[in-house]
Design a protein around this ligand. Structure first.
Ligand SMILES: Cc1cc2nc3c(=O)[nH]c(=O)nc-3n(C[C@H](O)[C@H](O)[C@H](O)COP(=O)(O)O)c2cc1C
Length: 225
C-alpha cells in the first residue's frame, strides 16, 4: 500500500519514509542549569550550523475558552530569563484566544538537526514601550502591513488588502513616522516547562524536560521517547 491514503496516484510512499537520527545524544550532565541558557546554546547551533532557513520560526498553539486548539507559525523576536517574545495582532484568533486562556505551547521544529524544543507556559502582553521599540525597528512596509490587515478576519478579496495598503502608503510616506497600531503588540511566554528533544538511533531519543519549581529553580526529568 502506498502512503497513508487509498489514492493510487501518490508520489511518495509515506509509510516507508524514515530517517535514522544522529547517534550523538543529550545527557543530563551536559545540560545548562536553566532552560533559557540551554535554549540559547541550542539556538546558536541551530542558527549557525543547523541548516535551517528560519531557526526562530516556531509553532504557537493556543486553545479557546472551550479548550479547542489551534496552531500557527510565528517568529521568535526575543528571549531572556523572563520568557519568549513574539509579535502579532491582538485581535487575531491567537490574540483573542490568549486573552481568554493564556496557556500556550511553543514548538521549535529543528528537523535538519533532529531536534525539537517545546515550551509550555503562560503568555502576557508586552508593555507598550517594548512593543513600540520593536515596531519602530521593523521595515516601513511591515509597519504599514500591521495597519492594513485585520488579521484572521475574512477579507472580500486581495484587491481590498492592496487598496488598504496603498491608502496607508500615501498617508505615511517612506521615511516618516508610522504610529503603533493599538491592536498590535507582543506576547511574552513565561515558561513553566521546556523539553529538549534530540533524535537518536532506533527511535531511542533523548527527551530532557525542565520543570519549574515553586521557588523559581528548575528540576530536570527524562521522558521515555
Ligand atoms: C514563517 C512564518 C512566520 C510567521 N511569523 C508571524 C509572526 O511573527 N506574527 C504573526 O502574527 N504571524 C506570523 N505568521 C503568520 C501566522 O502563521 C498566521 O497566519 C497569522 O498570525 C494568523 O494566525 P491566527 O489567525 O491563528 O491568529 C508567520 C507565518 C509563517 C509561515
Amino acid at each position: 500500500m502506498a502512503g497513508v491514503t487509498d489514492r493510487d496516484d501518490v508520489l511518495f510512499d509515506l509509510a516507508s519514509m524514515r530517517k535514522q537520527y544522529r547517534a550523538q545524544g543529550l545527557a543530563e550532565s551536559e545540560l545548562a542549569a536553566g532552560p533559557v541558557e540551554q535554549f540559547a546554546r541550542w539556538f546558536e547551533q541551530a542558527a549557525t550550523e543547523g541548516g535551517l532557513f528560519e531557526p526562530n520560526a516556531m509553532v504557537v498553539s493556543t486553545a479557546d475558552a472551550e479548550g479547542r486548539p489551534s496552531s500557527r507559525t510565528v517568529l521568535l523576536k526575543h528571549f531572556d530569563e523572563r520568557g519568549f517574545v513574539f509579535y502579532t495582532n491582538y485581535d487575531s484568533r491567537k490574540g483573542r484566544e490568549l486573552g481568554s486562556n493564556p496557556y500556550v505551547s511553543l514548538l521549535f521544529p529543528w528537523h535538519p538537526m533532529a531536534r525539537q524544543v517545546i515550551v509550555s507556559g503562560v503568555a502576557r502582553r508586552t508593555g507598550r514601550d517594548e512593543t513600540a521599540a520593536y515596531f519602530r525597528s521593523r521595515p516601513h512596509g511591515s509597519r504599514l502591513g500591521a495597519w492594513a490587515s485585520a488579521q484572521s478576519s475574512v477579507v472580500a478579496g486581495r484587491e481590498d488588502l492592496d487598496a488598504a495598503y496603498a491608502e496607508l502608503a500615501e498617508r505615511y510616506p517612506e521615511g516618516g513616522q508610522v504610529p503603533v497600531p493599538p491592536h498590535w503588540g507582543g506576547f511574552r511566554v513565561a515558561p513553566s516547562e521546556v523539553e529538549f528533544w534530540q533524535g537518536r538511533e532506533n527511535r531511542l531519543h533523548d527527551r530532557l524536560r525542565y520543570v519549574a519549581r515553586a521557588d523559581g529553580s528548575w528540576r530536570v526529568e527524562r521522558l521515555s521517547p
